[in-house]
Design a protein around this ligand. Structure first.
Ligand SMILES: *Cc1c(COP(=O)(O)O)cnc(C)c1O
Length: 341
């Protein structure tokens, strides 16, 4: 079945991003593939990363772990949200490791699977998930593969970064584990002090630029193309779209494309997004609808059936739309044909 909306995903780009992150960290490099591989398709992203040398993967839930399907034999999968009471059946049937986040989860795992390896999250300042530092005594005797913490402000120069690093070192000295891991994408950019034994990038693998250090080293992975359904002329003085927020000053050729906020192209792009056809630039006219966007086709000789590429350079699209680079990726909806090349 033809799909008028396409996401072209570059295997060489995700692999080159992984290599840059691994080299920059100077240590083992895993991959967060939660949220369907940040919108790109978790299984295909995982297989591309595996080919590059990645061996440690992270999803949020047991449902995501199940959806991934069979893991490569020499790889490991961790479930970041750990084991709630309702997760135990799935967790015990799975080969993935839970990341234990609370005293309740520690006790639940210790009782149900005392001999099985787990990961542990210790909170060093995020106050989201993880054991408090005062609680790490409860970890005695667990078979911990990776002891981790998560940085709250790594994308900024914030005093909390150094404070979390120092608390993490303190935890590392007190709790035996096979490996220690602190840094996400932005944390890798903070330098070797933050790398420990294993880093866990997500965003930057998929082309996001978490900090300036990554600019020029991380390549765009996802290319968004939409097909033109109709070319029409908006006459001088007429308006276009919901709310009539665009009024044509002169006769304006418009290309109406098959994408909208239901596909993750949110209303922040109204009058601000742009697309390309060959070298020509086409600006979004008026509001983004659920399934449609009007583009100014004055400069582009395009019509029904032609394709345009939306400007999805992540830092630039984030600036235009007011969305974060994370939201731009993870919002990409189910109606795209996802094509890894
Ligand atoms: C999502 C996540 C990551 C990856 O973060 P990015 O900012 O996307 O690099 C790493 N660690 C944990 C615990 C996460 O939840």
């Amino acid at each position: 079945m033809h799909q008028p909306l396409r996401l072209t995903l570059s295997k060489s780009a995700i692999q080159s991003n992984w290599r840059w992150l691994a080299d920059h960290a100077g240590t083992a490099c895993g991959a967060a593939i939660k949220a369907n591989g940040y919108g790109t398709g978790a299984r295909d992203a995982m297989l591309a990363l595996q080919e590059a040398g990645c061996r440690d993967y992270y999803v949020s839930t047991w449902w995501e772990a199940e959806e991934l399907g069979r893991m490569p034999v020499d790889s490991a999968l961790s479930v970041l949200h750990g084991v709630g009471a309702d997760d135990m059946v799935a967790a015990l049937a799975s080969t993935a490791r839970p990341v234990l986040n609370s005293l309740e989860q520690v006790e639940r795992w210790r009782t149900a699977a005392p001999d099985r390896a787990c990961d542990v999250m210790v909170d060093t300042g995020m106050n989201r998930l993880g054991l408090r530092i005062e609680e790490i005594g409860a970890l005695a005797g667990l078979r911990i593969d990776t002891l981790m913490s998560h940085l709250a402000c790594a994308d900024e120069d914030h005093p909390l970064n150094a404070a979390q690093l120092s608390r993490f070192r303190q935890v590392r000295a007190a709790v035996p584990a096979k490996r220690y891991s602190l840094a996400n994408s932005a944390g890798i950019c903070l330098g070797a002090d933050y790398a420990f034994d294993l880093v866990r990038p997500g965003l930057a693998l998929y082309g996001g630029i978490p900090r300036d250090e990554a600019a020029g080293n991380i390549c765009q992975v996802a290319k968004v193309d939409a097909q033109i359904i109709q070319r029409r002329t908006i006459r001088a003085g007429e308006t276009c779209g919901y709310g009539a927020t665009f009024t044509a000053a002169a006769d304006t050729p418009a290309a109406i494309i098959n994408i909208g906020y239901a596909d993750g192209y949110l209303r922040g792009f109204s009058s601000r997004g742009r697309a390309f056809a060959e070298k020509a630039e086409l600006k979004v006219l008026g509001r983004v609808s659920m399934d449609l966007v009007a583009l100014d086709a004055s400069e582009a000789d395009v019509g029904e059936g032609d394709w345009v590429e939306l400007d999805y350079d992540l830092p630039r699209a984030a600036e235009a739309s007011g969305l974060s680079q994370y939201e731009l990726l993870t919002g990409l909806g189910a109606r795209f044909e996802r094509r890894w090349i």
